[in-house]
Ligand binder design. Structure first.
Ligand SMILES: [Fe+2]
Length: 183
């Protein structure tokens, strides 16, 4: 019996071709199957890895813009909020890009409850590098499987295209929820 279901995500052709996206979604579905298998046979030493992979991919696919959602208003709100932690949006962007370039797994922009600030966090893999309690607002998959088919070794090009295709409505919704939960 399937305890969790793979979600359906729309492709954004400005960021990925259909084969690239399909390949990535197939990988995500494999992690969903692995988690479901765990309910039948809990002898899976990689369950942290698989469960994190499901959660991270869902956060990532959800914060990519599709043609249905393009909000300049949320983008502006985000730029204003950045003044809280970074001097300017461009400073945040530079730090996000720098963090993503060196990340082999993921980069998460999230609220660190210990420091009491938002920051960009680098993850080595699905289960290595996460800050316990970090509340995710924006997630980028940095694994080569997420971009190699379309961008080759041009990781910076992929990161730039991603930044131009962020679903800011989702990011602002997450940040508003984080503010409510932590204030
Ligand atoms: Fe991935």
């Amino acid at each position: 019996m399937e305890r969790i279901q793979a979600k359906i995500y729309e492709n954004n052709p400005d960021l990925f071709t259909y084969p690239q996206m399909k390949n990535h979604l197939d990988l995500y579905k494999k992690y969903v199957r692995n988690v479901n298998d765990y309910f039948d046979d809990s002898d899976n030493p990689n369950i942290n890895y698989d469960a994190n992979a499901v959660m991270l991919h869902e956060l990532f696919f959800e914060n990519i813009k599709s043609y249905a959602n393009t909000s300049d208003k949320s983008n502006l709100l985000f730029k204003n909020m950045m003044g809280f932690n970074f001097y300017m949006f461009e400073d945040w962007k530079r730090d996000f890009i720098k963090t993503a370039i060196k990340s082999r797994g993921w980069v998460i922009f999230g609220f660190d409850p210990i420091l009491g600030i938002y920051r960009n966090v680098s993850m080595e893999s699905h289960d290595k590098g996460f800050t316990i309690g970090l509340e995710s607002a924006l997630v980028l998959d940095c694994y080569e499987h997420s971009y190699f088919m379309n961008y080759g070794s041009d990781k910076a090009g992929y990161i730039g295209a991603f930044i131009n295709n962020i679903n800011w409505d989702i990011v602002m919704d997450r940040m508003n929820s984080i503010t409510l939960a932590t204030s």
